[in-house]
Ligand binder design. Structure first.
Ligand SMILES: Nc1ncnc2c1ncn2[C@@H]1O[C@H](COP(=O)(O)OP(=O)(O)OP(=O)(O)O)[C@@H](O)[C@H]1O
Length: 342
């Protein structure tokens, strides 16, 4: 459904500054997949999506989307895909139902067909009671559902969602996802989304593409990423520091035991299988006469994966996961050349 080779975007911001937003991305997405692109602010997720949706022309590389080339056949790509961008697409003064009919007309449906399609989408996204409301009067979650409906007017088989749930409360996010996932099941859609929400990528997506500084740095199922790049841990709290020292040695001897850290009465270490390690630790501690206050298995999160890959946390620097580090994609080119790059 999507195939990119060396997809690249440089933004020439000024004579002295070029932003290397996307650097040689190779992606292969099969029909029916639900793929999340995850990464910190400025990683290049939106730019990649905007190239795939023909909104931004690549500087280099190729991309075939829904069977058409994004540079040579942009109109064909647009007809075959749905795109829900970060901003709200709907006109604020319009009524919800009219907005959907107009969108259907834009995609070439005649008026009765556009009305019929608008009715279907209003039902599918739970907007039927709001059809006569002005777009400006909708809540954030209702507005986002309308955005998704607008992206689906022409029944695309491939849907792009750029941060579909940013700014929505957890209940509204869950509701939006319920609708999107049902539509996906019913229409066998391929979905590519970008998100800042680690839990969303973890639970919704079947595949997670981790992007950082314009490059794909990992691409697997969430479970695969966690297993290969982060791994389970076991955490044990002992009654005394002496017992903790001996427990640390015990954790080290567990299958896959490594990276054991002892802090006072607290021991944590990487193990092959966290849950399976818990009864083993309890039994071995009992046999050795060591007192345990608490023991638990800790499964890794996608943030642990990102940390293992980059040494940085996606959670740093605010709710959107912005890392407050310097952005090395913003490279200052030498001013000497005195002319804009191509
Ligand atoms: N039109 C543009 N002109 C110049 N620089 C741009 C433009 N669009 C994006 N950039 C820069 O390209 C880099 C990648 O931006 P992009 O929006 O793709 O990141 P992102 O991963 O989607 O971030 P976010 O999660 O914040 O949306 C950033 O450094 C950004 O400032």
């Amino acid at each position: 459904m999507i195939r990119t080779r060396g997809l690249t975007k440089d933004f020439v911001v000024s004579r002295t500054e070029t932003v290397h937003a996307v650097r040689g991305v190779d992606l292969e997405i099969a029909p029916g997949e639900l793929v999340a692109m995850l990464g910190p602010n400025g990683a290049g997720k939106s730019t990649t999506m905007r190239m795939l949706t023909t909104l931004v022309r690549p500087t280099a590389g190729t991309a075939t989307v829904a069977g058409a080339d994004v540079v040579a056949e942009p109109a064909l790509v647009r007809r075959r895909i749905g795109y829900v961008g970060q901003g709200n697409g709907a006109g604020h003064a319009q009524r919800v139902g009219d907005e959907l009919v107009v969108q259907g007309r834009v995609y070439g449906l005649d008026r009765p067909a556009a009305r019929r399609r608008a009715g279907e989408l209003l039902d599918a996204l739970d907007l039927a009671d709001l059809a006569r409301r002005k777009v400006a009067d909708l809540s954030g979650g209702q507005r986002r559902r309308l955005d998704v409906a607008l992206g689906l007017v022409h029944a695309p088989r491939l849907l792009f969602l750029d941060e579909p749930s940013t700014g929505l409360d957890p209940h509204t996010r869950a509701n939006l996802w319920e609708h999107v996932l049902r539509l996906r099941r019913e229409h066998d859609m391929t979905i590519v989304l970008t998100t800042h929400y680690l839990d969303e990528a973890d639970t919704m997506a079947e595949r997670v593409v981790v992007v950082d500084h314009g490059r794909v740095i990992a691409d697997d199922t969430a479970d695969g990423l966690k297993r290969d790049l982060a791994g389970d841990r076991v955490e044990v709290t002992a009654a005394t520091p002496d017992d903790a020292t001996r427990l640390a040695a015990l954790v080290e001897r567990l299958p896959g035991g490594r990276e054991v850290v002892l802090t006072g009465t607290h021991v944590t270490g990487r193990v092959a299988d966290g849950p399976a390690s818990v009864p083993v630790v309890v039994r071995a501690a009992g046999d050795a006469g060591l007192a345990i206050v608490a023991v638990q298995a800790v499964r890794p999160t996608l943030d642990d994966v990102f940390l293992a890959l980059t040494g940085r946390s996606l959670r740093d620097g605010g709710p959107a996961g912005a890392a407050p580090h310097e952005d090395p994609t913003q490279e200052r080119a030498a001013a000497a050349a005195g002319k804009d790059a191509a």
